[in-house]
Ligand binder design. Structure first.
Ligand SMILES: [Zn+2]
Length: 79
């Protein structure tokens, strides 16, 4: 599914106890870029909590359900 960075950040913040603002630790990830499934532009290769994710400048960040769950669980475990 496509999510905006703001959507992911909002979900990660809701995982905090108590809920608090956090910065998502996106990192550049040197992988082979894959084309966006919608616009075929090469996507940025990033990682978030060591979960590899791909980002399209037009469409947002691509997650499958499993990846999103991993990211949110990792966010919840942060101090
Ligand atoms: Zn795209």
């Amino acid at each position: 599914m496509w999510l905006g960075v703001g959507d992911v950040q909002e979900m990660a913040q809701q995982m905090q106890v108590p809920v608090r603002p956090i910065q998502l630790p996106f990192q550049e990830d040197p992988r082979q870029a894959i084309p966006c499934p919608d616009c075929t532009e090469p996507m940025r290769t990033l990682s978030l909590y060591e979960v590899p994710v791909d980002a399209c400048t037009k469409h947002g960040v691509w997650f499958d359900a499993h990846e999103l769950a991993k990211v949110l669980l990792a966010a919840a475990r942060l101090p």
